[in-house]
Design a protein around this ligand. Structure first.
Ligand code: C2E
Ligand code: CA
Ligand code: CA
Ligand code: CA
Length: 277
């Protein structure tokens, strides 16, 4: 029996150990990632559902690790939060995006870009000032940078988040609730926060064309959000059938592979110009 357990133990250990090793190494390398230019931003277009007009882009972070290769953001953002490196990453991301908005404007494309903030960022009392300084550095109006905060980050400590959000809102920034529907908040709760937009999580959108329940949830969410004065974005729009359904439900903005995958920097302007034709 002892032997049996030992065998099982030996067989089980390597996978877990590798996972653990990987996490340790990734967490260790996050600092170098910023310093050695291993991070990049990609940009996913968002379009108005009714007119098809490009309404902006969402900036998403990518990490090409020298030995592990591409590391998914869901993985390294969580590690950055746990290891306290998230402030460094977020600051790098905000500067990179603000500089890019400025460069696009100089090329005659004044675009609005939404960035993702983690729970830690939202509760960091220095956030509004840091954003203010960046907007000042690049001479950007506050409407050019939009903030996306997940539902779960918002309700983690609403009073702590609220001060920051109010300051940012007063400075003229637009705030969206990301991944709506995956947390346990109610719209009534969220509405007390200074948010203007709701992004319905892609898990409700992906199978919209063949799931009656998802259709009911999405439709009633859109109606309730509109009644509360919020605009609604659907992410994860992959099919024409979903797009048509969302349009008929009055959804304001669409984002997803049907419109475009997240684009590397070099392709953004070409995509926008081609899409307009
Ligand atoms: P998110 O903010 O909900 O971003 C949307 C994710 O859905 C992105 O994955 C995007 O590539 C993916 N997506 C977009 N359209 C479709 C579609 O039609 N179908 C499917 N299946 N997926 C679609 P990505 O880039 O892997 O990002 C994952 C998450 O990582 C983001 O979720 C966000 O929470 C986090 N993240 C990414 N960049 C940053 C960042 O700069 N800062 C922070 N704090 N988090 C970030
Ligand atoms: Ca987002
Ligand atoms: Ca989302
Ligand atoms: Ca997400």
């Amino acid at each position: 029996r002892a032997r049996h357990e030992r065998t099982r133990h030996v067989r089980y250990e390597p996978g877990q150990d590798e996972q653990h090793q990987r996490r340790l190494m990734l967490a260790r390398d996050l600092g170098a990632a910023v310093e050695q230019d291993q991070l990049t931003m990609v940009y996913q277009p968002k379009v108005m559902a009714a007119s098809g007009e490009v309404m902006g882009l969402e900036a998403l972070m990518r990490w090409q690790h020298p030995t592990f290769g591409f590391v998914p953001p869901d993985e390294f953002i969580a590690l950055a939060e746990q290891s306290g490196r998230i402030t460094l990453l977020t600051q790098w991301m905000l500067r990179t995006v603000c500089r890019q908005i400025d460069q696009w404007a100089q090329q005659g494309e004044p675009l609005c870009v939404a960035v993702n903030l983690s729970a830690h960022d939202v509760m960091d009392a220095t956030l509004p000032e840091r954003i203010h300084l960046l907007l000042q550095d690049y001479q950007l109006g506050p409407e050019r940078l939009r903030l996306e905060v997940t539902e779960s980050a918002l309700i983690q400590d609403p009073t702590l988040a609220q001060g920051n959000l109010i300051a940012l809102r007063e400075a003229g920034l637009h705030i969206a609730v990301d991944d709506y529907g995956t947390g346990y908040s109610s719209l009534a709760q969220l509405k007390r926060l200074p948010v203007q937009e709701l992004k319905i999580d892609k898990s409700f959108i992906l199978k919209l064309d063949n799931d009656q329940e998802d259709r009911i949830i999405v439709h009633s969410t859109i109606e309730l959000a509109h009644n509360l004065g919020l605009s609604v974005v659907a992410e994860g729009v992959e099919t024409e059938a979903s797009r048509l359904l969302l349009m008929s439900m009055g959804c304001d903005v669409l984002q997803g592979y049907l419109i475009s995958r997240p684009l590397p920097l070099a392709q953004v302007i070409d995509w926008i110009r081609q899409y307009r034709e």
